[in-house]
Write a protein that binds this ligand. Structure first.
Ligand SMILES: CC(C)(COP(=O)(O)OP(=O)(O)OC[C@H]1O[C@@H](n2cnc3c(N)ncnc32)[C@H](O)[C@@H]1OP(=O)(O)O)[C@@H](O)C(=O)NCCC(=O)NCCS
Length: 144
C-alpha cells in the first residue's frame, strides 16, 4: 500500500528519501501515518532532526509536510550532505527553483528519554539505531 524510505546522510542525519502510497489507497491517511512513524522513530532513536527534499508547489509535498511539522531550511543553511542531495537532483534534471529542503525537529522530551535508556547497561551492550547506517524502511498495509 505504501512505504517510507529513510537514508542516513551522516551518522546524525536521517533523511526521508522517499514516501509513496499506492494511488488507489490515497487520501486515507496512510501517507500521514508513515511520516508520523518516521518522525517518531527519529526521535526515539535520539536524532535531533529529520530532513527531506520535496516540490514546493505540489499540494501533497511542501504543504503536506508543513502540516506535519516540517519547516523549510534556507539554502544558505543547508548542511553539505543536503547540498549534495540538491546538487544530485539538479544533475538529474529537477529545476532547483521548484525544490525545497525541509527539516523536522524531533521532540526533545522523547530524545531525552532515549538518551536515559541508552545510558543503561543493557543498551550499552547492544548496538543502538543511531550507530547504524542501514537504510530503514517503514511500510503500511491495507489495514486502515
Ligand atoms: C504524498 C503521498 C505519500 C500522500 O499519501 P496519502 O496516503 O494520500 O496521504 P494522506 O491520506 O495522509 O493525505 C494527506 C494530505 O495530503 C494532501 N493530498 C494527498 N493527495 C492529494 C491530491 N491528490 N491532491 C491534493 N492534495 C492531496 C491532502 O491535503 C491530504 O489531506 P486530506 O485528504 O485530508 O485533504 C502520496 O500522494 C504519494 O505517494 N504521492 C506520490 C509520491 C510523492 O509525491 N511523494 C512525496 C514526495 S517527497
Amino acid at each position: 500500500m505504501g512505504f517510507a524510505l529513510v537514508q542516513m546522510l551522516a551518522d546524525d542525519l536521517p533523511h526521508l528519501d522517499e514516501l509513496d502510497v499506492d494511488p488507489s489507497h490515497g487520501r486515507r491517511g496512510l501517507g500521514t501515518a508513515l511520516v508520523r512513524a518516521v518522525c517518531k522513530w527519529a526521535a526515539v532513536s535520539g536524532y535531533i532532526m529529520l530532513t527531506l527534499t520535496t516540490f514546493r508547489d505540489v499540494p501533497w509535498n511542501f504543504p503536506f509536510y508543513t502540516r506535519l511539522g516540517f519547516v523549510e531550511i534556507p539554502r544558505e543553511a543547508l548542511r553539505p550532505e543536503l547540498s549534495n542531495v540538491a546538487s544530485e537532483e539538479a544533475r538529474r534534471g529537477l529545476d532547483p527553483n521548484t525544490r525545497v529542503a525541509m527539516e523536522y525537529r524531533c521532540e526533545t522530551s522523547v530524545i531525552r528519554k532515549r538518551l536515559f535508556f541508552a545510558a543503561s547497561p543493557r543498551l550499552r551492550n547492544n548496538p543502538t539505531p543511531s550507530s547504524d547506517y542501514a537504510t530503514r524502511r517503514f511500510s503500511v498495509s491495507g489495514k486502515e
